[in-house]
Design a protein around this ligand. Structure first.
Ligand SMILES: Nc1ncnc2c1ncn2[C@@H]1O[C@H](COP(=O)(O)OP(=O)(O)O)[C@@H](O)[C@H]1O
Ligand SMILES: [Mg+2]
Length: 273
């Protein structure tokens, strides 16, 4: 039995002739927060899509809790316990924030409570409502919970995406750029919420460009460059990792002194934000 909750073995994915993921292998231990980094177009969202059933893999294996899950549909992956957010969440105009959260519930409250009105269905619906209200509160959306989900800010849509993922009661979260477009004041709150979730045992893979966020939150970072993993290291080692600097800085690389960690980090920060 593997000690890992998630294991990727030689995952490959191409779109036509564009080989977006090539032989990607890494593992995540229970309780870890792994940052997934890499320049734009390096394959980060595609990797999340292949893990969560939104894209098929061309080759390789995705093992979650010792079961192969590659080839499962997205809803089946959620049932296995992996929920995700999207880089660019799109929300429906005719549903409120609260209704969107309720729609993401994986309990069967809706059908049974409406059609049959049984007491167990009513109990399930009340539990889902309580969970939605509590998550909306934690993710600072109470003030807009009755607004159209399409009318809230881009940052608030990101927060609502996290609420929706948590409504599925997952064992593992995949977050695609959770703070991109979020007001800087809110970023610290998101970090706090994610830390609390992690302290309660949640394992996470987080695609993120904000180096402060990465240093505060991530235990480990996996760095992709053109579909290959080029580094798997502690966040503090990113700024001195030559392959990471090569990936981000490319031709600017010769101008950067590897001895000057702060300069490198600033360059890397500047390149990725
Ligand atoms: N559905 C798709 N069809 C064709 N090409 C795609 C698709 N999704 C992603 N790509 C391509 O895959 C590459 C990696 O994209 P992506 O995974 O979104 O990168 P990242 O998230 O690291 O910025 C890009 O060249 C992108 O154009
Ligand atoms: Mg992306």
């Amino acid at each position: 039995m593997s000690q890992c909750i998630l294991e990727l073995k030689s995952v490959s994915k191409a779109f036509g002739g564009n080989r977006v993921l090539q032989d990607v292998s890494f593992a995540v231990k229970p309780g870890e927060i792994v940052g997934l980094l890499g320049p734009n177009g390096s394959g980060k969202s595609t990797l999340l899509n292949t893990i969560t059933g939104f894209e098929s893999v061309d080759g390789g294996e995705v093992i979650f809790k010792n079961q192969a899950i590659q080839g499962l549909a997205a809803h089946q992956v959620v049932q296995k316990g992996i929920a995700r957010t999207f880089q660019l969440p799109v929300m429906p105009e005719k549903m409120s924030v609260f209704e969107v959260a309720m729609a993401a519930s994986t309990s069967h409250h809706g059908f049974w409570s409406t059609i049959l009105g049984t007491s167990s269905a009513r109990k399930a619906e009340q539990e889902a409502r309580d969970l939605a209200a509590s998550l909306i509160d934690q993710l600072l959306l109470t003030r807009v919970q009755d607004s159209s989900a399409a009318a809230i800010s881009g940052g608030q849509k990101k927060l609502l995406g996290i609420v929706c993922a948590l409504m599925a009661n997952p064992g593992m979260l995949m977050l695609d750029e959770p703070t991109a477009g979020v007001h800087p004041n809110l970023r610290a709150d998101i970090i706090k919420v994610l830390q609390q979730l992690n302290q309660a045992g949640m394992t996470m893979v987080v695609v993120e460009h904000d180096m402060h966020f990465i240093r505060e939150l991530c235990h480990r970072c996996v760095v992709l460059d053109r579909g290959h993993i080029v580094a798997d290291c502690h966040p503090d080692e990113l700024s001195s990792n030559e392959k990471v600097l090569d990936a981000y800085l490319g031709s600017a690389r010769p101008r950067v002194s590897l001895e000057d960690t702060d300069t490198n980090m600033a360059k890397v920060d500047g390149a990725v934000i």
